[in-house]
Design a protein around this ligand. Structure first.
Ligand code: BDR
Ligand code: CA
Length: 306
């Protein structure tokens, strides 16, 4: 099984990704690290603990960065994920607590202890990953790979015409990751916009896995409604689950090696750009996906949950 840490801002599709990881026998989840984005970092930590408790997983949660590397703090995306991150589901105080280490220290230590084996799957802004790279000069080489949900090569943005939300919220951190020399896989809008789920998909999973599938179905109501407000009536994107699935099923994705940089200024801020003349290690950018296979795998495994 793939040793994995998910760095997350839960978040409705984050919840989907984490429940998927809980159900996947080829994923050995070692813990979660949290970041601002869809919600504040405090809420992200609370939600991460809650998801693990719901899935009956006793794993460390490390509280992460509360603001971007260089940009000022910003307002979370309540219109997409709800004030508390899970749509209209009321907040619940989890029983557990985060570990004492902060996210970046936890990541540095885990990458050292599982040198060459740890797959890091960030599905929020990349601040914790940038901090880990800055704190430990060996971090980028210690991790096996960093499979990010974020960015876009040819697809344009979702939060601005140019930028995808996770990169937009901390473009400087994303650029640190692209410059780090780590093996990076970018699962961006080029593929996630092609993996769409409908109300019927969530109704079905709620019937098969009443407890956890039911929770996702409840959250999906808010998420699908947001998609409709922006004129998308054929379903919501499986952004974050796609990145987790790319960690174990790379054969379902078509990639292209491209050195990348991030625009950090002006109206294109947050855009992920090909930088062919740079000396940077190429990023494996996902440009194609077998969407039906990804969707089938996603729901098949979720159906194994209670
Ligand atoms: C990304 O932004 C967040 O809203 C989602 O959770 C996902 O990680 C999609 O752009
Ligand atoms: Ca996310």
């Amino acid at each position: 099984a793939v040793k994995m840490i998910i760095d997350t801002d839960p978040g409705i599709d984050d919840a989907m990704a984490i429940f998927y990881a809980a159900a996947a026998s080829d994923i050995d989840l070692l813990g979660l690290t949290t970041v601002f984005g869809n919600v504040t970092t405090d809420i992200a930590t609370r939600n991460a603990l809650r998801l693990l408790e719901a899935a009956d997983l006793e794993l460390p949660v490390a509280h992460g960065a509360e603001a971007p590397l260089e940009l000022p703090p910003f307002t979370p995306s309540a219109h997409v994920h709800g004030d508390e991150g899970f749509g209209d589901i009321p907040a619940v105080t989890p029983k557990g607590q985060p570990v004492d280490e902060d996210a970046a220290d936890f990541l540095c230590r885990m990458a050292r202890e599982h040198k060459g084996e740890l797959v890091l799957c960030p599905i929020g802004p990349l601040t914790n990953i940038a901090l880990a790279i800055q704190r430990d000069p060996e971090f980028a080489q210690n991790v096996a790979r960093i499979v990010i949900m974020g960015g876009s090569l040819n697809e344009g943005g979702n939060i601005t015409p140019h930028a995808e939300a996770n990169i937009y919220h901390d473009p400087h951190s994303a650029d640190v990751v692209f410059a780090s020399g780590a093996k990076v896989v970018m699962v961006g809008l080029d593929v996630t916009h092609r993996i769409l789920c409908t109300k019927a998909d969530f109704t079905a999973i709620a019937a098969q896995a009443p407890e956890l599938g039911g929770m996702l179905q409840e959250m999906s109501v808010f998420y699908l409604k947001f998609y409709e407000t922006v004129g998308k009536f054929d379903g919501c994107s499986l952004h974050d689950p796609a990145a987790v699935i790319a960690c174990t099923h790379p054969e379902l994705f078509e990639t292209q090696p491209v050195p990348m940089r991030v625009s950090c200024e002006g109206e294109t801020s947050g855009a992920t750009l090909a930088d062919p003349d740079s000396q940077r290690t190429p990023v494996d950018v996902c440009i194609g996906v077998q969407s039906d296979a990804v969707k089938t795998l996603f729901f098949k495994r979720l159906s194994l949950l209670p």
